[in-house]
Structure formats: C-alpha cells, structure tokens
Design a binder for this molecule. Structure first.
Ligand code: FDA
Length: 304
C-alpha cells in the first residue's frame, strides 16, 4: 500500500495527466464522488442536498493558480449565496490561495475581509492548515483577527495532531477562545516536527480531542477513523458533554455510511465540500489516502 500511496502522490503532480483529467468528461465523472463540480452552482446544489440529510457543510473552492483577490472574490460570493439560499454552510479557506507565501500581509488582509463579511452574514470562516512551514504564520493571522472584538467567533483554525507542537497550540487556543478543527494532518512532514508513526498520531489525536471537548468552546473533530470517533463519543458521554457542544467533520464522498449513522445517533456532522475547475490534485490526494478507492470508483463508473 505505501507504494501505491507514493504512486498517487507522484501522479497528483503530473501536469499532463492533470490537464487531460481536468478537461475530459471521463475525469470529471470519476472525480464526482469527492468533488461537488466545477462551478459555484454545483457546490450550492450539493450543499443543499447535504443539508437535506441533516448535515452541515463547509465549502472549499479548489485552486492554486488564481490571483489572490480573484480567489477571495469566489469566497465573498459564496458567503452571499449561502445567506441568500439559507444554507447551513460555512467556508474553508487556504491562506496560500490568498497569497500567504509571497505576502502574509496580503493573506491577512484578505482573511480579515472574509471574516468581516462572515460576521455581517452570521457566518464563519475556517482557515485550513497547510504544511508545517506555514503553521506559525497561519496561527498568527487567525489569532490577530480573533483578537479584534468585532470579529470574535467569526474565524477559526485547524490543528494537525501529527505535529509535536499541537498540544501547546491547542492549550493556548482554548485560553483565547478560538474554535478549532482537529485533524490528523495531510502533509508529508519530517520527523523533526511530526510523529512518524501512525500509532503516535492517533494517540495525539485522542489527547487533543479530550482537551477540546473539555473546553466550553464549539470545536470540530475531523476524521473518518471509527476508533477516534467512538473514543470521542465515549469520552463525551463519560464527562456529560452534550452532542450539541461539538461536531464531527468528514470529507464529501468519504464514509457516507458513518456520516449518516452519526446523524441518526443525534451528533452534529459537517461535510467538507470541495468544488472548482482545479480539482485534480485534491482528488488524487483522496486516492492516495486510500488506494482501495480506485477499485470502488472503477466499479461505480462502469455501473452508471
Ligand atoms: P486515517 O487516515 O487514519 O483513516 C482512518 C480510516 O478512515 C481509514 O481506515 C478509512 O476507513 C477511512 N478513510 C480515510 N480516508 C479515506 C478516504 N480518502 N476514502 C475512504 N476512506 C477513508 N488536513 C490538513 O493537513 N489540513 C486541513 O486543514 C485539513 N482539513 C480537513 C477537513 C476535514 C473535514 C477532514 C475530514 C480532513 C481534513 N484534513 C486536513 C485531512 C486530514 O488531516 C487527514 O489527512 C484525513 O482526514 C485522513 O485521516 P483520518 O482522520 O480520516 O484517518
């Protein structure tokens, strides 16, 4: 399996295959399991359908090549459309799309304008976490914005359980009252900064889950790992933490059975819904996470 995983990661960077897939009907059909579609309208349709199943949504506009202000404009449109269509959805934003690498000041000012817009429309901006070279600057931006009284509660962050630093970060974020999405972490990180063994990442995930659940802030637990989910449920039950005080989060198209069963049990579930023309790297990363998805997709492709 590690060989297949590396093969998919390599393929995710293959430009010719990417061009072919993103422009072919075949590619789009394959990706539709994990990606809502190419346009904002596709994302809104999927969000509505997900809402109808009793789940919340976070919308993610895929793409790394657009100019920062153009990328931000899509999110501003989304905030207005979510409000106009009364969707139960917020937005997930990557600061690298907003120019973070070249100019943290630009990314910070774009995040601020999105947080102001979210506040005005009763919504919330989740800042995704990227590779470890960007952890500190991403935290600094979210903290600076959250500290502005008028933006409080409109912006939150993601913490990756695989990083050694995450426990200290979570403790500090709780003191500051910042909403956290906890995930295991998706980037290839060196052993100097992240646990190399999956067992240690899982242990860290559970420790951080407990810290978050015990705080009085509404956080998100993003995972498809049933062991993590069961342990979180058991811990919450044991401590008398009501299901309404937190949410589980999963990716669109991944473990839909688990998403539905959590809803039936009375938990909040938010589905992360990506869309956009530049869907290929995201799609290949989902295959890399679980190469068995290829067989699953192929079966469904020929069935429909
Ligand atoms: P793990 O990888 O241990 O998998 C556990 C089980 O889940 C697997 O055995 C399988 O059953 C199932 N599963 C996992 N992935 C699957 C897939 N693609 N298809 C089918 N089944 C699958 N990362 C990051 O670095 N920054 C971020 O901002 C975010 N944001 C984010 C938001 C949301 C809502 C989610 C769900 C995830 C993220 N992530 C992320 C990704 C995260 O860090 C992690 O890489 C993936 O969620 C996979 O880890 P799991 O916790 O699911 O467990």
């Amino acid at each position: 399996m590690p060989v297949l995983r590396s093969a998919f990661i390599a393929l995710s960077k293959n430009r010719a295959l990417r061009r072919f897939c993103e422009h072919s009907r075949f590619g789009r059909k394959m990706s539709s399991r994990f990606v809502a579609g190419l346009e904002i309208g596709d994302a809104l349709r999927v969000a509505e359908a997900v809402n109808q199943q009793g789940m919340l949504v976070s919308l993610d506009s895929l793409g790394e090549s657009a100019e920062a202000h153009r990328a931000a404009e899509i999110y501003h449109q989304l905030l207005d459309l979510i409000s106009a269509n009364k969707l139960k959805a917020n937005i997930s934003v990557k600061l690298t799309q907003m120019g973070l690498v070249l100019s943290p000041e630009l990314a910070g000012s774009i995040a601020e304008s999105l947080a102001r817009h979210a506040k005005a429309t009763g919504n919330f901006v989740r800042i995704d976490m990227e590779d470890s070279s960007l952890t500190q600057v991403t935290l600094d931006i979210v903290r600076r914005l959250h500290a502005k009284t008028e933006l409080r509660g409109s912006i939150g962050i993601v913490i990756q359980a695989y990083l050694y630093r995450s426990q200290a970060d979570v403790e500090q974020l709780i003191v500051e009252g910042i909403r956290v999405r906890l995930c295991k972490g998706a980037y290839k990180e060196p052993a100097e900064v992240a646990f190399p063994a999956k067992a240690d990442v899982d242990k860290s995930y559970m420790q951080l889950t407990k810290l978050l659940l015990e705080s009085s802030i509404y956080h998100g637990l993003a995972t498809h790992d049933e062991a993590m989910i069961e342990a979180a449920k058991a811990f919450a039950r044991e401590r008398g933490i009501e299901p309404a005080r937190f949410e589980f989060q999963m990716l669109y198209g991944v473990r839909r059975d688990l998403q539905r069963s959590l809803i039936r049990e009375g938990y909040n579930v938010r589905v992360y819904v990506p869309f956009g023309r530049e869907w290929y790297p995201y799609f290949m990363r989902r295959l890399a996470e679980r190469p068995a998805n290829v067989i699953f997709l192929a079966k469904n492709f020929f069935r429909s």
